[in-house]
Design a protein around this ligand. Structure first.
Ligand code: HEC
Length: 121
């Protein structure tokens, strides 16, 4: 797998953002949901190198993925495909597969579906 090269400054910036948002997220109702918490951890650890820490926005490489249903996440993350009849946001095939996340899809979906997935203020 080809890894994305991210300047160290940007990376620490992202990590700081993650830390900050974690604090503000604690006050939202979704933050008390353990599924949401787990999904958020998985997202931050595996996805924010390319997708925005705020899933509602486009990231440096990947598109916005907020509200992605379980079927889409499963197809994309595990098989590098798309559900039947789904029109991808991008025609490219840049994203790698993450087969080791097979048990985490429901948590990712819980996190991405939540209204309070991220607060930018
Ligand atoms: C190496 C960069 C990279 C990483 C890491 C990455 N993605 Fe992506 N993702 C992309 C790109 C680029 C696209 C656009 C399609 C393509 O080129 O593969 C995409 C597309 C998607 C889509 C489809 C969006 C749509 O509606 O068409 C979903 C869902 C998605 N990513 C979820 C995730 C999740 C969840 C993770 C973490 C487990 C993740 N991605 C990690 C780069 C990445």
């Amino acid at each position: 797998m080809k890894t994305a090269v991210i300047p160290l400054g940007l990376l620490s910036c992202l990590l700081m953002l993650a830390a900050c948002s974690n604090e503000s997220d604690q006050s939202s109702p979704a933050a008390k949901d353990p599924d949401w918490q787990r999904g958020r951890g998985i997202f931050v650890a595996n996805c924010v190198a390319c997708h925005n820490i705020d899933p509602a926005k486009d990231g440096p490489i990947g598109p916005a993925i907020k509200g992605s249903p379980k079927e889409l996440l499963e197809a994309r993350v595990l098989r590098n495909g798309y559900p039947a009849n789904y029109t991808p946001k991008r025609p490219t095939k840049v994203m790698p597969q993450f087969p080791f996340l097979k048990d985490e899809i429901p948590y990712l979906a819980a996190y991405l579906r939540s209204d309070s997935a991220h607060k930018t203020n």
